[in-house]
Ligand binder design. Structure first.
Ligand SMILES: Nc1ncnc2c1ncn2[C@@H]1O[C@H](COP(=O)(O)OP(=O)(O)OP(=O)(O)O)[C@@H](O)[C@H]1O
Ligand SMILES: [Mg+2]
Length: 619
């Protein structure tokens, strides 16, 4: 019973997991995603439509052909039905068989043209819409490469994934079916109306009288089903989010024995999805039968009145048959269009979400007069730099330092002190608010971003490996590196020994961000990747935190030659790592509170001394 109370309430769960994709979160974290997320009503419909049309512009010729095909197939459908009139009249009047056969043949021919038109139209539209989707995905991916680090730090991975998958898909669905159906529906409607009017005014009026009723009922059902549909999507998002989270966090779930709670919580969300889906599907399925029955009523009334007209007014039987056929056709497009409303709404909402990513502020362009670099030497200077991720909350205060090639500068300090932040500023992942950072005497904002970053080799605190071989992963640091250079780099950082022991040595495939390696091995590959680069500035952020001290010593020795000509920034909690640094900066709450060599700092008996001797832990 005690355990039961730890299961969160249905209300809390729904609120948390339905909003998972919408709430901007810090840090991203492993892909927690919402599926499609609640697909609300689009807010800027006109804009989205215009932008979608822009994507279609390149294919306008094909779209035009597709529409002509729709015109042909809809026209032949109407004309084919009309052919019934002479056929039936001929039967009634006992016309000759050859005439009848000819009419039937013509009717078949007309329908055939319609079928071909329909086929061609579908082929073209599938091709066009898939091409448009490809272009949208290309643009979206290109945009992702341009977005600043800040964007990734404040958005959920799952949410971004869902733009690629669900939202783009829903646009495709709309282009494939809804647009064409809307167009062919409108033509059928107008064509049928004109033909009906030309045949009999009274009967036409009877048919039309029912149109507002059908439309009203259709709109009501569509409206309600849209609400249920939205609720269903939100519930689906919650279930997806929960599943994704429990898969990525499965080890933590097991370690803390949360399996039962997970099962129960999932049960709550799953049950909710079931209920929402029942409602959504029931209402979705209601539309067809209800509208079908309504049109049956119209049909019956038209048939009665038509029959009477035939008998009393001499209305021809063929015309009558064709007319009731038309009257049935007349309401069909209205039904179809109202059924497409959902798809169109959710596609437009999807398009809006996709375009919202495309409209995100990219990393600002390099200054027009940015210097085309030139290899940098590595004189790094920070002058009174202040910075906050959020301008209201300053994280780094008044940081000043100078480092020249061959020097090793270390940052130490407690968790959250701002060490990683300093490196974020150096590589311009974030822009500083005050002060100046220069490399070789030139403000880093006067360099092209690409040049700046290609002159800084970094081992990030979070290791990352791509799907590919060990060799390819190291080569990521410098694409023109030869195999021999890669092996030499791996040797220098003591990665060679473990690599050759892997099943395929340097050709071993890395799986899922290096799941088949130990954390320390992942770090070694990340260090090798930085070591292969010829960048004059090297940043190692907790690069050896998971490596044993002996290997760490070997790495240090191996990298000595490498560091002799470079400016190196090292961040480490393990203070033995930074003993040999030329200068050690002790950061505390974003301020450098002490600086000096290891020995100087020890004699100062300040914070560093406390950290080094372990006294700080006792505070
Ligand atoms: N992307 C971000 N957006 C907002 N705040 C952030 C972001 N990254 C870090 N912070 C905040 O900035 C402060 C400094 O973080 P930073 O990552 O620089 O610490 P650190 O010294 O590297 O710590 P650690 O030793 O744990 O790696 C922290 O208080 C943290 O909450
Ligand atoms: Mg850090």
């Amino acid at each position: 019973m005690a355990e039961r109370s730890r299961v969160r309430s249905a209300e809390t769960l729904l609120k948390r997991y339905q909003s998972i994709g919408r709430v901007p979160q810090r840090g991203g974290g492993p892909g927690r995603g919402p599926g499609r997320g609640p697909g609300g009503k689009p807010k800027n419909t006109k804009d989205s439509i215009l932008r979608l049309l822009k994507y279609l512009e390149r294919y306008k010729f094909y779209v035009l052909i597709a529409f002509i095909c729709v015109l042909i197939s809809t026209g032949s459908n109407l004309a084919g039905s009309y052919m019934l009139r002479p056929i039936i009249n001929g039967l009634v009047e006992n016309a000759d068989l050859s005439q009848l056969a000819l009419s039937l043949l013509m009717m078949g021919g007309i329908y055939l043209v319609g079928v071909v038109g329909n086929y061609v139209q579908q082929r073209i539209m599938i091709w066009v819409s898939q091409s448009v989707l490809k272009n949208i995905r290309d643009d979206l991916f290109r945009k992702l490469q341009k977005l600043p680090v800040r964007y990734y730090d404040t958005h959920n991975n799952g949410e971004l994934m869902s733009r690629f998958m669900n939202d783009v898909d829903s646009i495709g669905e709309m282009m494939n079916h809804s647009v064409i159906q809307l167009f062919s529906g409108s033509i059928t409607l107008i064509g049928t109306l004109v033909l009906m009017l030309s045949m009999n005014l009274w009967l036409t009026l009877i048919t039309i009288v029912f149109v507002p009723v059908v439309a009203k009922v259709g709109a009501t059902i569509a409206g309600r089903s849209r609400n249920f549909h939205r609720a269903q999507q939100a519930a689906l998002g919650a279930v997806n989010g929960y599943i994704e989270e429990s898969i990525t966090g499965q080890k933590v779930v097991k370690v803390f024995c949360h399996e039962d709670i997970c099962k129960e919580e999932f049960g709550i969300l799953n049950q909710d999805l079931r209920e929402k889906q029942i409602k959504a599907q029931f209402f979705g399925g209601l539309m067809g039968p209800v509208l079908g029955n309504l049109s049956q009523i119209t049909y019956a009334i038209t048939a009665c009145v038509g029959g009477i007209l035939c008998v009393t007014q001499g209305f021809d039987v063929g015309g009558f048959s064709v007319f009731i056929n038309y009257s049935r056709q007349f309401s069909r497009p209205i039904n179809e269009v109202s059924m497409q409303v959902n798809t169109i709404f959710s596609a437009l909402a999807g398009a809006e979400r996709v375009f919202a990513v495309m409209d995100e502020e990219p990393e600002p362009e390099d200054a027009d007069d940015a210097l085309p670099t030139t290899e940098m030497k590595g004189h790094v200077e920070m002058k009174n730099v202040s910075f906050g991720y959020n301008p209201d909350k300053v994280i780094l205060k008044n940081i000043s330092l100078y480092a020249k090639p061959g020097q090793e500068i270390a940052f130490v300090g407690s968790t959250g002190a701002g060490k990683t932040t300093v490196t974020n500023l150096l590589s311009r992942f974030y822009d500083i608010q005050e002060g100046e950072i220069t490399i070789d005497g030139i403000n880093i904002y006067d360099y092209k971003r690409k040049d700046l970053r290609s002159n800084i080799a970094m081992v990030l605190q979070d290791t990352h490996l791509f799907t590919g071989t060990v060799m390819e992963n190291i080569r990521y640091g410098r694409l023109d590196a030869t195999d021999e250079e890669i092996i030499a780099a791996a040797k220098s950082v003591s990665a060679h020994n473990f690599i050759v022991r892997l099943s395929d040595g340097y050709q071993t495939m890395i799986e899922g961000d290096g799941a088949n390696l130990s954390q320390g091995q992942r770090q070694l590959l990340n260090i090798a990747r930085a070591a292969i680069s010829k960048a004059p500035i090297l940043v190692l952020d907790e690069a050896t935190s998971s490596v044993d001290t002996r290997t760490e010593k070997q790495i240090e020795r191996g990298m000595d030659a490498l560091m002799a000509t470079r400016t190196t920034f090292v961040i480490a909690h393990r203070l033995s790592t930074v003993r040999n640094a030329n200068a050690i900066m002790v950061l505390e709450h974003g301020v450098i509170i002490e600086r000096g060599t290891h020995d100087e700092l020890l004699t100062q008996k300040g914070r560093y001394y406390e950290l080094y001797t372990g006294k700080a832990e006792l505070d």
